[in-house]
Design a protein around this ligand. Structure first.
Ligand code: SF4
Length: 102
């Protein structure tokens, strides 16, 4: 994906979140089984269904406690990107989702 396509997608997500898109932030997975169940749900979502991906993963445009994308193991800082294959979307470093992991 080109830089401008990344940027455009980031803007779409920013708009959806700032407009108050209600995402599923709980339960936060407590073990691998719960984590994998959410990932499996995401795998069923059509790659073009942006809103559904955001909702299931529980995207928020702010950190939760001291957790944010920047420290998550899936975050590609140089690209501002969530590299969890089932998400695979741009994200700001200050955002969070319930699949946050270090
Ligand atoms: S898994 Fe969630 S917290 Fe981690 S980089 Fe992706 S969107 Fe951010």
């Amino acid at each position: 994906m080109s830089d401008s396509a990344d940027k455009e997608l980031l803007q779409r997500i920013t708009k959806l979140l700032s407009a108050g898109l209600k995402t599923v932030t709980e339960p936060i997975p407590e073990d691998n089984v719960q984590f994998d169940a959410i990932v499996a749900e995401l795998r069923e979502v059509d790659a073009s269904d942006l809103e559904k991906k955001l909702v299931i993963s529980g995207f928020l445009d702010h950190p939760v406690e001291d957790m944010r994308c920047l420290e998550c193991m899936y975050y590609l800082n140089h690209r501002k990107w969530c590299n969890l294959p089932e998400i695979n979307l741009p994200a700001e470093e200050n955002w969070w989702c319930r699949l946050w992991r270090i």
